[in-house]
Write a protein that binds this ligand. Structure first.
Ligand code: GTP
Ligand code: SPV
Ligand code: MN
Length: 647
């Protein structure tokens, strides 16, 4: 093939890539942005507003070169090669196109304490806590302090590096429910991951030419203040990490971390924090929820969403492999739902993401066979263990480990079962394309979304909270979301297992004052003709022996079956003080391998619920005060009365 010497400027780089003719070369007139070389991509493909954002970012961060991403296979290969060279990833020859990234051990999870929302007044961002109490429903930063934080970190932070310009769409490109973002980043790992997690590349730039709005997202893994990057394979600046959001300007700025929600800015930063503020303005909901479709033995299909806190079972429920005969589950999304009532009053949901960034430990052929069928091609694993036959390993995969295989832990050290610490980091993840999931729903990319008939809330509650209960009405359901609590997990920086308040599984992700958020949820009642029913589930109750009382995973289909019958208004429930639970014999346990003590798993200890509601009251009073709608205080009061009188 003849080498291309001169590139005619009207031909885009991506087009040349597809022809296999790419050679790092000068793109003539359009090869510079603010005097910085454009090493890849076509400046002409940027709208003036995008170009202005890139120019500003270049002036601030001073990268050596700019790469405008087209999302092509050739580009991806180039990035993988780069990452292999510097040691960011290692190949996993046991699988097809799979890679393992090992992070700096100081950069392994979201950093909630360093995540801020910037508004003129504090009240817009967080409820006003009681005097002397520290607010736990988000962190506020003033516009002046945000500017200061940026100016202390960003000038020159990309020296010696490439700035990638990543155009991405949350939701299918061109759908009326979708939103576009531009992320500039100095991490090839982020680019490769964004290519999986979002619709990324040239098609998004083309769409922007038609409609110009986009969210600006600036990301750098950072350069420590002393200028020394300790691990060139995973540069980061943990001491100065900061994640900033300015809803008014549709702006996200993230510095210092390359990990997950800190750096893949379409996910938590855009789809939830900025997304929830857009949703409030436009009258819809941006939620930390999975979406799944269930077909019952009669062939009736119903869609549900579920909000569980991080690492509490969304990916697993979204890919449920039903143990109950005749049921079929299909997956629309595993982490985020954008939901809006349509003209008929039906709540419709889309999954704004394009991939799964799922917790690896605990995923196995026994627990989540569907995920195991999804993740062994075209996947980037992060912080899992490595096997001597070129594969991966994590806690839970014991049964699929071949004899004689040696294991290297996530830190790169030899590991065996007596090492006394986990082989994979507890927050290690797979990043895999959603389209590969064998049970991906046929409507998962439907621009109109799927109709939602039930909303589940839930968390890790070792004591007192029953397997399932149903809200009496919408306001009671909204109260249940507001009162959610769960044991802390490795997805964020908390140590130990403390029971935390995590309303709507959104505590780390609210883009505005939680009190106003609850008001927004209450107001939805008047938009919906066919309001979804609301439930609370708990797969994690423990017995006196310290073991889970419920087998979980595929057996959760039995709970889903009851939910579907309630959606059809079947008279299969019993009223209790906390809500509706399955009546005698209405939770179908036929053929279940494990013995479950139903009396125990549905028991409602009075002392527990008195304390629980007291804790919720203290939380509401001290954290939210007057910002919490009075309807929610009323729901709490009625619940306390029922507990007093009925338990
Ligand atoms: P994020 O991606 O952080 O938002 O997490 P997630 O809510 O998607 O959680 P995920 O499904 O990845 O589950 C987290 C952990 O909980 C994994 O180790 C699972 O094996 C475990 N888990 C999920 N479902 C169940 C269940 O029904 N029972 C039990 N005992 N464990 C579960
Ligand atoms: C979560 O923590 O809820 C996640 C992982 O889904 S992250 O993308 O890192 O936020
Ligand atoms: Mn999540």
């Amino acid at each position: 093939m003849p080498e291309l010497i001169e590139t005619p400027k009207q031909i885009s780089a991506s087009c040349l890539h597809q022809q296999g003719k790419y050679k790092q070369t000068n793109f003539g007139l359009y090869s510079h942005i603010r005097g910085t070389n454009v090493s890849y991509g076509d400046v002409n493909s940027l709208t003036p507003a995008v170009k202005a954002f890139v120019e500003e970012s270049v002036a601030l961060c001073q990268p050596d070169q700019v790469h405008i991403c087209d999302g092509s296979e050739t580009e991806n290969k180039l990035l993988l090669k780069l990452m292999l060279e510097v040691g960011t990833i290692i190949p996993l020859p046991k699988y097809e196109n799979c890679w393992l990234a090992r992070t700096n051990p100081a950069d392994v999870a979201r950093v909630e304490s360093r995540t801020f929302i910037c508004t003129e007044t504090k009240e817009e961002t967080i409820p006003t806590p009681k005097e002397g109490v520290k607010g736990t429903l988000g962190n506020w930063i003033s516009p002046a302090d945000m500017d200061k934080a940026i100016n202390e970190r960003f000038p020159g932070c990309m020296k010696g590096r490439t700035m990638y310009v990543v155009p991405f769409s949350m939701g299918p490109v061109g759908s009326p429910l979708s939103k576009i973002g531009i992320e500039v980043t100095d991490s090839a790992y982020v680019v490769a991951s964004m290519r999986i997690m979002t619709r990324m590349g040239a098609a998004v730039l083309a769409e922007l030419q038609k409609q110009g709005d986009f969210v600006r997202a600036m990301h750098s893994v950072g350069t420590p203040a002393n200028g020394v990057v300790e691990r060139t394979a995973w540069p980061c600046d943990p001491e100065r990490t900061i994640i900033l959001h300015k809803p008014d300007a549709n702006l996200i700025v993230s510095y210092g971390s390359g990990y997950g929600g800190n750096s893949l800015l379409g996910k938590k930063c855009f789809a939830l924090r900025i997304g929830s503020t857009i949703a409030k303005r436009e009258g819809w909901l941006a939620e930390h929820m999975l979406i799944l479709g269930v077909t019952n033995p009669k062939g009736v299909k119903t869609y549900l969403t579920a909000a569980f806190p991080s690492a509490c079972g969304k990916t697993n429920l979204a890919m449920l492999n039903p143990s109950l005969p005749g049921f079929k589950v299909e997956c629309v999304g595993d982490d985020i739902a954008w939901m809006k009532f349509d003209a008929n009053g039906d709540l419709r949901a889309i999954n704004p993401e394009n991939g799964f960034f799922g917790v690896a430990p605990g995923t196995s052929v026994e627990t989540n066979p569907i995920a195991m069928k999804t993740v062994f091609k075209n996947t980037i694993f992060t912080n899992v263990a490595y096997t001597s036959d070129g594969g991966v390993y994590w806690e839970g995969m014991e049964s699929s480990l071949a004899d004689g295989v040696e294991i290297t832990d996530w830190l790169g050290n030899p590991w065996n079962k007596s090492s006394g610490k986990p082989a994979a980091h507890p927050n290690s993840r797979f990043c895999t394309p959603a389209a590969q999931c064998p049970i991906i729903d046929p409507a998962w990319e439907d621009p109109a979304g799927v109709p939602i008939s039930a909303i589940l809330f839930g968390g890790r509650r070792p004591a007192g909270v029953p397997l399932i209960y149903e809200a009496r009405n919408w306001a009671h359901g909204v109260f249940m979301g507001a009162a959610m609590r769960s044991e802390s997990t490795a997805a964020a920086e908390y140590k130990g297992k403390i029971i935390m308040h995590d309303p709507f599984a959104m505590r780390p992700f609210f883009g505005y004052n939680f009190g106003h958020y609850v008001q927004h949820w209450l107001s939805m009642e008047s938009h919906g003709k066919n309001l979804p029913k609301i439930f609370h589930v708990n797969w994690f109750r423990k017995g006196a022996d310290g073991k889970f009382m419920w087998p979980g995973y595929g057996e959760n289909s039995r709970v889903i079956d009851w939910i579907l019958r309630r959606v059809n208004n079947e008279d299969c429930f019993l009223d209790t003080a906390v809500g509706r639970i399955p009546a005698q014999n209405e939770l179908h346990l036929e053929g279940m391998k494990d013995q479950v003590d139903l009396t125990e798993i549905f028991s409602l200890p009075k002392d527990f619920w008195l304390k629980e509601t007291e804790d919720i009251k203290n939380y509401f009073d001290s954290q939210i005060g007057k910002d919490l709608p009075k309807e929610i205080y009323l729901e709490l009061k009625m619940l306390q009365e029922r507990i007093e009188n009925e338990l």
